[in-house]
Design a protein around this ligand. Sequence first.
Ligand code: EPZ
Length: 422
Amino acid sequence: MAYFKVNGGVPLNGEVSVSGSKNAALPILCASVLADAPCRIENLPEIEDVKRLIEILTAMGATVECPESGVAVIDPSTIKDRRVSTEMATKLRASYYMLGSLLGRYGEAEVAEPGGCAIGQRPMDYHINGMRSLGADVIDRGGIIIARADELCGSDIFLDMASVGATINIMLAASRAKGKTTINNAAREPHVVDVANFLNAMGASIRGAGTDVIRINGREKLHGCTYAVIPDQIEAGTYMIAAAATKGNVVIKNLIPAHLEAISAKLMECGIDVVEGDSGSEFYIRVSAHDRPRPVNIRTLPYPGFPTDLQQPMTALLAISYGNSFITENLFEDRFNHVRELNRMGAHITVNGRTALVAGLEKLYGAEIHATDLRAGAAMIVAALMAEGESIIRNVHYIDRGYEHLVEKLCALGARIERVTE
Ligand code: EPZ
């Protein structure tokens, strides 16, 4: 097993370039199954989740070539197995996007439910109800979702919650259904828009992505295309928070500032300097700080609200604020597992249901800490970088799922971090 050794207290300085979005790349790779010809997908992040999904596609029989780093060419015409096994689903939650793409392409799918994880139960009822609305027979047999449809027909769907996964899965199936589908109360995240743009590049007819009403005119066939994935808003936000926490001065490049408005606004409310810029070839955000942050209150919400995926790194930053901050996690029922690890570093955080009270103090101290999930791992990185002394961060496989070349990028910013393999 590997771990990270971090000597904290060093302000991050310099430039870092954002990689492709994990949460766009995964559904886009699944969406390529809907095409009747190969798709070339570019700007894929080199992270574990992408590698696992490519393994799953290959295991199903798709022909996948990776001619250069960050590029995959997928030919779904050789797919033989229309099932995603429990083993596959356990390896990668996002394999559940195969439900919409296999059903849309073949009229049948067998996809294991990934089940709960460290942040919550993660049910798929909105996904299943959406497929049924499109005319599929769907049964859940011992954690395996079995869906069949002689013909998918467009429908008017209303989501109980603006679920990212359900919005995308329904969009995938509806793109090849007969007739019109409307998704009401749709998720508006940038990665939802990116999947819609990819499908439209394949010849789909999707309008309204990025708003809470998405309209899809189903197409009988979809063709291949070449498409580049958008920059990862959560990776960008994580580096913005790390720059603030270490009182550094960092330019985060190759991002879309509009995707980061909630985190930029919250950091400015903390008294952090946040400046957006355009170098002519790409947008950037410069984050700099000379002091501890002011306390703020955070309520996570669906986009464009404050993203739940940055709640955990932000909790680490607020642990050294000049006062008390209240953080309310509205999206997931158990997304405070990072708190006990931060308290091991000297933080004063108490959790009551879905709200954490962060009593800010001057500094944290290095300790042996554990990543309990992907973004909790990001919180450990932020805390270790700003803490006084040495930290050991275990379970780094969680972090490898979603942050490309993390050690290299942080070392280029002056961080004293290394990966140690036991
Ligand atoms: C996506 O998960 C992301 N994952 C998550 O990022 C992110 O935290 C989440 O969206 C919210 O932005 C990927 O994109 C691969 P949801 P998803 O459906 O689609 C409940 C990361 O760190 N719900 O919007 O699963 C659900 O339990 C990951 O990159 C149902 O009840 O999120 C949750 O409480 C972590 N029934 C809420 O809705 C359903 O059928 C929001 O979930 C579906 C969801």
